[in-house]
Structure formats: structure tokens, C-alpha cells
Design a binder for this molecule. Structure first.
Ligand SMILES: C[S@@+](CC[C@H](N)C(=O)[O-])C[C@H]1O[C@@H](n2cnc3c(N)ncnc32)[C@H](O)[C@@H]1O
Length: 456
């Protein structure tokens, strides 16, 4: 047997891996926000918004959240070379790959065994990203490359070929991941009819021929008017003779209103088909929204603030969360932008963690989420999910690094650390839960029943 060499993407600096200090997350209660009262019994309050670089933030989350995130959904800078108002979107290709690889490594550790990761991207890096993900996550865990029609205009201003789509590349953590089926919409349900008043309810007529000749399935059958019919030349029936007889006996073959059609159809009952519709990889803007819709959604949300340039439509995020999570699951978006993923997760009853590095964390995400929590955001998917507000989130920033170099170049404990923060940081570094004892003053951390950490 030929042994194939291991194929992998190489780039300058691939071998350099950052050494990350698991930082403490410091809550700032003045920026956290909660609904004034409970709106429903399912209100979710423990969502988290983290201000800071996501590499450190993901490392900070690892201790508490490893194996707990059901769905990572990210919309990282696409590396288009643009300098947007709120962030720069152009770094050297190798650097982009290193940056994204280091974060993907951490997502993998945070994901639940039945979880999945969904990455939005365009043609600048999509294909490199696919190869990188294959290498990190394993080709067997590739779920789909969804093509989202991001533009709803013809793109006639483009000098070459108008790019009207983005990709959403999805991987599962393991084979335990199962995408949810989509609920059938009214239009899909309406295609099931009951012209013969079958007591089994409405049904859909599906063809009984296949465009391929198979000797076994090429035979004559009689319609209700007694006429013998054959599959068209070069084709055959979809069912062998015995199955066809059973279908006939069970009144599952439809020969038209008068029973004299030349092509039989099989009746597929709504009551017997899958509970929902299987997802497809083509997502047109009619159901997923377009970038233009997303910008319009922004208008009502941020009066007086410069609009965020690259938001995603809420319906796009809704579709991903519908597919990859259920109520109460943890959703993580560490490139939060204007906070679409958190807003949608909140409205859909999921728990969320968002990380954002730019100051729009304060100018856009916090005001947006406050409006969502207060039930004042009636845009996006609010009407579709009957959103009336509720819940809340805690705001965190990253603690500074524990060690600093003094003027002689020696590593010393940073002066920013007081005794409490030092104890908490040491617990985190040593993999203990920070849990100061009420009776033993220097017992600060705990890992198992009989394993404690003492800091003095
Ligand atoms: C394409 S935007 C996300 C837009 C978002 N999906 C929305 O609907 O508004 C990418 C975001 O990632 C943020 N970002 C880039 N690098 C980051 C990092 N290292 N840590 C945290 N956020 C980062 C940028 O500031 C920008 O807001």
C-alpha cells in the first residue's frame, strides 16, 4: 500500500506558539446590566461580555468552560486589506494564519463533545482556512461549507466578477454532534395535500421512477384503469416488484384523480416524514438576510453613534444557532463586533459569552444588549421569536499580567496585584478553583475534596 505523506499548510512563523498566562477575569459591576425584574421564568442572567484580546480571554475561560461550549460562532476579520472605522482588516497572510490558528486551538478545548464551530469568512482566506481546520480538527469532522448570499444587489460596480457570497465553514467537535432539523415553514407544509381524503392525512406525491436502467426494477405494473405501464426507456422504478405490491396494497400509490395516469407517484405522508427539514448548504439572502439588511438593523440601534461597518444580519445568526444549539446552551463569539451573536443568543434563550477588543465593546455592544434586555429592540429577529426582554450579562476585563520586569530586569509580581487578586491568580495558574475558606485564613483554592491551595 502506498503511504501518503501528511499534507499540511505551511507558512512563515507557523512553529511559533504563544505561551499564554491564564489571566483572572475582573468583573466591573458598573458596566454589567440586568433587567429590572424577571420577564419570564426562563430569563438568563449569567451571560458574559469580556473586553480585551480574545487569545488571552479564551485562555482565561479555559479553566471554567473547557468542554462546555455548545457552539462557537465567529466572524473574524476577513483580511480584506480594508481599514475600517472600528478595526483594521489587513495583516500579512502568514500572520493572519498564525493568529487564527492560535485561537482555533483554544476553541477546540472549550467545545463540548457534541458541539460545533462555525466560521464566517470570504474568498480572501476561506480556502486556506479550510485546509488549516482540516489539519487542526481532522477532515472527518468537517460538517459543511455553507454559501451565504451576502449581497442582495447585482454588484454591477465590480470591475471583474462581483463577489456576492460569504462562506460559513463548519466543523464538529466529534461524531456526537447532530445538526438540528429546521422547522417546516407554512409554504413547505402547504405542499402536502389530501386530494383522496386519506385518513392518514396530507401527503406529497414523489416520483416512482429513477433515471437509470436497472434490470431488476424494469417491469410492468397496472394502473387502476387496468392499463399496463412501464418505466420510460433508459429508466426504471425506484422500488423492486415486492415493495411496489406492498405500496399498492397499502394505498400508497397515486395514479391521479381518475386512477388512469401513466406515471405512478408514491404518497409521502406529512405525519411520517422527519420532524423537520434537513439543512442545505445554500443560504440565499431571502431567509438569512444580507449585509445590507444587517446595516439597516443597526440604524435603529445606535442613534448618534457611528454605525458599525461589518455587522451580520440577525437572521443569519439565528439560522446557525437553530442548527447547532438548543435553549440554555452556551454560545461563544470572540470577535463580537457590534454584538449580533449575543443579541440573537439572548433572544433565542441561549447563554452567551462574547469577547471584543475594540472600544465599540462600550459604544455598541453594551447599548445594544441593554436595549435587548429592556425589550426595546424590536428589530432583527425580535418579532419572529416574540422577544419581550429580560435577563442580563456581566462585564469583565482581563487582569494585568502577574509578573513584570523591574528596573534590573528581574521578574517580580506586578504592583497592580493586591493580596486577594494574587491569591486568585495563583489558583488559576495552578488549576485550582478560587474558593477562600471562611475558617482557614490562608486556604484560598480548592481542586478536589481534599486538595487545597494555600497562599501566604
Ligand atoms: C467582522 S467583525 C465582527 C462583526 C460581528 N459579527 C457583528 O455582527 O457585528 C470582527 C471583530 O473582531 C474584532 N477583533 C479582531 N481581533 C480581535 C482580537 N484579537 N480580540 C478580540 N476581538 C477582535 C474586531 O475589533 C471586530 O469588531
Amino acid at each position: 500500500m502506498t503511504k501518503h505523506p501528511k499534507l499540511e499548510l505551511t507558512w512563515i512563523g507557523k512553529e511559533n506558539r504563544p505561551r499564554l498566562e491564564p489571566r483572572v477575569l475582573l468583573e466591573d459591576p458598573a458596566k454589567s446590566y440586568y433587567a429590572k425584574q424577571r420577564v419570564t421564568d426562563n430569563d438568563i442572567f449569567d451571560n458574559r461580555l469580556i473586553f480585551g484580546d480574545n487569545l488571552l480571554a479564551l485562555k482565561a475561560l479555559e479553566q471554567e468552560f473547557a468542554g462546555k461550549i455548545k457552539c462557537v460562532v465567529i466572524d473574524p476579520p476577513y483580511n480584506t486589506g480594508s481599514a475600517f472605522e472600528h478595526y483594521d482588516d489587513g495583516v500579512e497572510h502568514s500572520l493572519w494564519l498564525s493568529l487564527i490558528r492560535d485561537r482555533l486551538d483554544l476553541f477546540w478545548r472549550l467545545l463540548a463533545e457534541n458541539g460545533s464551530i462555525w466560521i464566517m469568512i470570504d474568498d480572501n482566506e476561506a480556502h486556506y482556512l479550510k485546509v488549516l481546520c482540516d489539519e487542526l480538527f481532522g477532515r472527518a469532522n468537517f460538517v459543511a461549507n455553507i454559501v451565504w448570499q451576502s449581497k442582495d444587489t447585482p454588484g454591477n460596480n465590480s470591475a471583474e466578477i462581483a463577489e456576492t457570497h460569504n462562506h460559513i465553514i463548519a466543523y464538529r467537535r466529534s461524531e456526537l454532534f447532530r445538526p438540528n432539523l429546521l422547522a417546516r415553514n407554512e409554504k413547505q407544509i402547504a405542499t402536502y395535500k389530501n386530494p383522496d381524503d386519506d385518513p392518514r392525512g396530507p401527503w406529497l406525491a414523489t416520483p416512482l421512477t429513477r433515471v437509470e436502467h436497472r434490470e431488476r426494477d424494469y417491469y410492468a405494473i397496472k394502473n387502476l384503469a387496468g392499463k399496463k405501464v412501464w418505466p420510460p426507456k433508459g429508466s426504471s422504478w425506484r422500488r423492486p416488484p415486492a415493495t411496489m405490491q406492498e405500496l399498492e396494497k397499502d394505498r400508497r400509490i397515486w395514479w391521479g384523480k381518475n386512477g388512469d395516469a401513466e406515471f405512478p407517484m408514491e404518497k409521502k405522508f406529512l405525519s411520517e416524514v422527519k420532524a423537520g427539514v434537513v439543512n442545505q448548504t445554500w443560504w440565499p439572502y431571502e431567509f438569512a438576510g444580507s449585509t445590507r439588511n444587517a446595516s439597516a438593523e443597526m440604524k435603529g440601534l445606535f442613534e448618534g453613534t457611528k454605525a458599525f461597518e461589518t455587522p451580520k444580519p440577525e437572521r443569519l445568526l439565528q439560522r446557525i444557532l437553530d442548527l447547532a444549539s438548543v435553549n440554555g446552551d452556551w454560545i461563544l463569539d470572540s470577535f463580537a463586533g457590534s454584538g449580533t451573536a449575543g443579541a440573537v443568543a439572548q433572544k433565542m434563550g441561549r447563554r452567551w459569552i462574547m469577547v471584543e477588543l475594540g472600544d465599540h465593546c462600550h459604544t455598541h455592544i453594551i447599548p445594544r444588549l441593554k436595549k435587548v434586555i429592556d425589550g426595546e429592540d424590536q428589530g432583527g429577529i425580535s418579532n419572529a421569536v416574540n422577544w419581550i426582554g429580560g435577563g442580563g450579562f456581566r462585564y469583565y476585563r482581563l487582569a494585568p499580567s502577574l509578573l513584570k520586569k523591574d528596573k534590573w530586569g528581574n521578574w517580580v509580581i506586578s504592583k497592580d496585584y493586591n493580596a486577594t487578586l494574587l491569591a486568585e491568580a495563583l489558583c488559576k495558574l495552578e488549576g485550582f478553583r478560587y474558593e477562600p475558606s471562611e475558617s482557614v485564613y490562608w486556604q484560598q483554592g480548592r481542586s478536589t475534596e481534599r486538595d487545597f491551595l494555600y497562599v501566604t
